[in-house]
Ligand binder design. Structure first.
Ligand code: SF4
Ligand code: SF4
Ligand code: SF4
Length: 317
């Protein structure tokens, strides 16, 4: 792990010293155990603040849209896919970007870690290669990172950045796509699926953290914020409105979602958002043979049209 940290710091220092970028965006240690925070490094001597570990969960593509300055950015596989998807949507200018790629072994899910300690406070944590050392007032425990990976990371099929200017270390092994979780959900009766979603979304407090964390959610005005007309009620007490909000959010991401998990990680209520986002990822693959952000060549699934698309009603002679 320290090898990657050093390599990230060296890359940032070099870019800033040679004036190739105005800022490097990466991660710094957070103020709480198991937390890191996005860091904006503008001077070579500040590069030593940069870190890399199993808590560097934010999708840094969120900070790159419509920027004029030259930016160096530290990216994992999912961040890189969001960057590619955003470049295709003309939101990011590749000429202004220097991509420091980090092959990623996955980020931990803090809720799973907390569950292991049944509410006891964790006062210190150290991420090692494959394990986490956690300390409390009266305990010390080592946990395998593989046992507490976030669901998106456990299923991730693009851990290595798909685009980069330099990679700081060797690529990690990729795994095969597996949609067994979504297939199991699809196999349930409609009423059961609907009841499950209603029960999950009854927990929603409409904080919009899921929307704000998503690099693909960038409309200047979101439909949920409109008051004239008011497309959706503002109160979180109406489950129908919560369901409508998520349905529209998720459909806006159809064929664009990279399954990065940022929305689900941001949700303070622990709502199973991925059952929706990942269903759309699966559908985009099956219906359009499309996977968001994996290369610059593929056309975006839902914003292109071919005359031989299998919907005859779209073609007018
Ligand atoms: S989704 Fe993949 S690339 Fe992104 S943090 Fe998880 S393992 Fe890393
Ligand atoms: S919808 Fe969620 S999983 Fe999909 S790209 Fe946005 S933040 Fe990532
Ligand atoms: S982050 Fe969670 S609680 Fe907040 S709006 Fe999204 S689903 Fe609702």
């Amino acid at each position: 792990m320290s090898g990657i940290v050093n390599a990230v710091q060296d890359a940032a220092k070099k870019l800033l010293t040679e004036n190739k970028v105005d800022v490097v965006i990466g991660f710094a240690e957070g103020s709480q155990p198991l937390r890191s925070t996005p860091a904006f490094i503008r001077k070579p001597e500040e590069a030593e603040k940069l870190t890399w570990n199993c808590t560097c969960e934010n999708n840094l593509a969120n900070y790159l849209r419509k920027k004029e300055q030259k930016i160096g950015v530290v990216v994992k596989g999912c961040d890189s896919r969001s960057i590619v998807a955003l470049m295709k949507e003309n939101q990011i200018n590749r000429d202004n970007l220097y991509i420091i790629g980090v092959p990623c072994s996955g980020m931990i899910d803090r809720k799973q870690v907390a569950d292991l300690f049944e509410g006891k406070e964790i006062i210190a944590a150290e991420c090692k290669e494959d394990s986490l050392v956690l300390k409390g007032h009266d305990f010390e425990k080592t946990v395998n990172i593989a046992d507490v990976l976030h669901r998106s990371c456990a299923a991730c099929t693009h851990k290595n950045p798909v685009i980069y200017d330099e990679m700081v270390t060797e690529a990690v092994t990729e795994q095969k796509e597996d949609f067994a979780d979504i297939e199991a959900f699809e196999a349930k009766p409609i009423a059961e699926r609907r009841a499950y979603l209603a029960q999950e979304l009854s927990k929603c407090i409409r904080c919009y953290a899921c929307r704000n964390a998503c690099p693909m959610c960038y409309c200047e005005q979101c439909f949920v914020d409109c008051s004239t007309p008011e497309w959706v009620g503002k109160s979180a007490s109406d489950i129908q409105d919560n369901m409508l909000f998520q349905a529209v959010r998720v459909f806006h991401g159809a064929g664009r979602c990279t399954d990065c998990g940022a929305c689900e990680r941001a949700c303070p209520m622990g709502i199973d958002l991925r059952i929706l986002t990942r269903k759309l990822v699966k559908d985009a693959k099956e219906l359009f043979d499309a996977e968001a952000g994996v290369n610059m060549e593929d056309k975006p699934a839902l914003s292109t049209f071919e005359s031989d698309d299998p919907q005859p009603f779209l073609v007018k002679e």
